[in-house]
Design a protein around this ligand. Structure first.
Ligand code: SF4
Ligand code: SF4
Length: 253
């Protein structure tokens, strides 16, 4: 995102809308006497588009230039209005895990594991995303990367989790590594993530999903309890708007 210095009047109205915090700096206009404008830190900005979508600039100074590769990946991962052509999924290129009841991505005995690196105010560089992906793949625990995911798409080697060299210094408000493993491998996967978390220059949220069997016991809860790890039982449910393609258990209608 950029601000046109010939239009901007440094009113600061766009500041509170920026999830990356105070990334704007003031400058005196070189040719217009008394005019001060703001400049947006291009390294910190993730091209999320929030400031522009808020439509609060009184002089229409904000504009999003068409960004060349590799900077283009910032908007793909951070701006929910951009459709990622790799998966043709709007909203940052992934449906995450919430359509499992329709798609049957995670079958009984399998666990979906998503690692969402970065948050508003922090963001995540892809070099950190790569560090986590490579640690998971190196551990050889059968972690299977989701094919229809932008982070997977930006990998140069899906066996090792290595990202393309030209994207590692790009940044997103957040980026999600998505995949799945067998339930019995989950404790080891969690330990790998605990270790790699110490090396990162950002934060991540861990998302873990299983199909709940007819008996109603959530299979991943005992795993977290045994490891002494805190977990929150949240859910993003598909409320029947899609026709399930899968019959997970014999007694399901
Ligand atoms: S595009 Fe997003 S990150 Fe960049 S200045 Fe606007 S609100 Fe901030
Ligand atoms: S809202 Fe517009 S005029 Fe005000 S500081 Fe932001 S870019 Fe400049």
């Amino acid at each position: 995102m950029k601000a046109d210095k010939d239009k901007c009047i440094a009113c600061k109205r766009c500041f509170p809308y920026c999830p990356m915090g105070r990334i704007q700096s003031y400058h005196r206009h070189e040719t217009i006497p008394g005019r001060v404008y703001i400049d947006i830190d291009q390294d910190a900005c993730t091209d999320c588009g929030m400031c522009l979508r808020a439509k609060i600039c009184p002089v229409n100074a904000l504009f999003q230039p068409e960004e060349p590769w590799p900077r283009e990946v910032r908007g793909v991962l951070s701006n929910p209005m951009i459709e990622f052509m790799g998966s043709q999924t709007p909203g940052r290129g992934t449906e995450e895990m919430k359509t499992n009841d329709v798609k049957g991505t995670f079958l009984p005995g399998e666990v979906g594991v998503g690692i969402e690196l970065g948050r508003p105010g922090v963001g995540a560089y892809f070099r950190d995303v790569e560090t986590v992906a490579m640690a998971l793949m190196k551990a050889n625990l059968g972690y299977e990367l989701a094919a229809e995911n932008p982070v997977t798409h930006f990998m140069s080697d899906k066996k090792t989790g290595k990202l393309r060299d030209d994207v590692v210094n790009e940044k997103a408000t957040s980026a999600i590594i998505e995949g799945k493993c067998k339930l019995e491998k989950l404790p080891e996967v969690l330990k790998v993530l605990q270790e790699v978390a110490k090396t990162l220059d950002t934060v991540f949220t861990l998302e873990v999903i299983t199909k709940v069997p007819p008996e109603g016991e959530v299979p991943i809860v005992p795993v977290f309890k045994k490891l002494g790890m805190w977990h929150s039982i949240n859910s993003k449910n598909n409320m029947g708007l899609g026709e399930p393609h899968f019959k997970f258990y014999e007694d399901e209608k």
